[in-house]
Design a protein. Structure first.
Length: 276
């Protein structure tokens, strides 16, 4: 990555888990990964090329990009211009109640947007206003909460799936057991045998099934989950060495490389950003 590429994370001072990324990229490509949060993005300049949901997408300036939690994607600049974009991240724990209200439900329901790439002025402006409030550290708590609700409400209006009592297929249920096992053992030395046994299927069938469903290998998923958990620990002020050792990275250099492939910066740079 050249020095021309820039990444900046800004955390909301009012709304827990709400974070904005402003990135200007020339020659950087993200590894395939997934976030725990909902992600609401706007391409500002250049073109954003990415793979998600089994399809390749191109986002020109003004387009909105939506990623559901744990939706695998990558990303890189397209064409011959540098890419400039904003992405707002909000954890399900923060927004599930907002989705429920926007849907008019009485019980909390998991919402997943049907749209990955959207041309919608109202949603674009709502995301940009929310990002402005967070990045400029302006507005009160209620201002940012209202701006976040405007994003959630418009996202729901554009269409999605809400399943309060989701009925899982057998493969989904088995893979859910595997993912639960991974999340419960991120700080231990887990093997493919351990994970497939937790899912009650053979190792090689599990490998095929996992990649078919999620678009990444179990190994990539484990690394991704460890990086996301590491980011959460950094948010709480944990030391870099402590986090690297806790989540199974050989050393700080290994941790730096893995973190940078997903977040565009080193863990030290990230922790410095969010402390501002």
């Amino acid at each position: 990555m050249s020095n021309a590429s820039r990444f900046q994370f800004i955390k909301s001072q009012h709304v827990p888990t709400l974070t904005v990324l402003h990135a200007a990229i020339e020659d950087f490509s993200y590894d395939r990964h997934a976030h725990e949060e909902y992600a609401f993005g706007v391409t500002l300049a250049g073109r954003q090329d990415f793979f998600s949901g089994g399809q390749f997408h191109r986002s020109p300036p003004g387009n909105v990009i939506l990623f559901n939690p744990e939706e695998v994607h990558d990303g890189q600049p397209g064409g011959d211009r540098s890419l400039d974009y904003l992405m707002v991240y909000a954890h399900p724990e923060q927004v599930n109640a907002l989705f429920t209200d926007a849907l008019g439900h009485e019980r909390t329901a998991d919402f997943r947007s049907n749209n990955t790439l959207v041309q919608d002025v109202r949603l674009r402006n709502a995301i940009l206003e929310l990002a402005r409030l967070v990045t400029s550290h302006s507005g009160s708590c209620i201002d940012q909460e209202n701006a976040l609700y405007q994003v959630i409400e418009r996202t729901v209006q554009l269409g999605g799936i809400s399943q309060p009592n989701q009925v899982l297929t057998r493969p989904d249920a088995l893979l859910g057991l595997a993912k639960d096992y991974i999340h419960a053992h991120l700080d231990t030395d887990i093997s493919l045998d351990d994970i497939s046994q937790a899912a009650h299927i053979s190792k090689y069938h599990f490998l095929r099934l996992f990649r078919q469903h999620y678009g990444i290998t179990p190994h990539q998923y484990v690394i991704n989950c460890r990086i996301n958990a590491a980011r959460s620990a950094l948010d709480l002020g944990a030391s870099l060495t402590e986090v690297a050792l806790r989540y199974g990275f050989a050393d700080l250099s290994h941790f730096n490389r893995r973190f940078k492939r997903i977040y565009g910066m080193t863990p030290h740079q990230y922790q410095r950003d969010i402390a501002r």
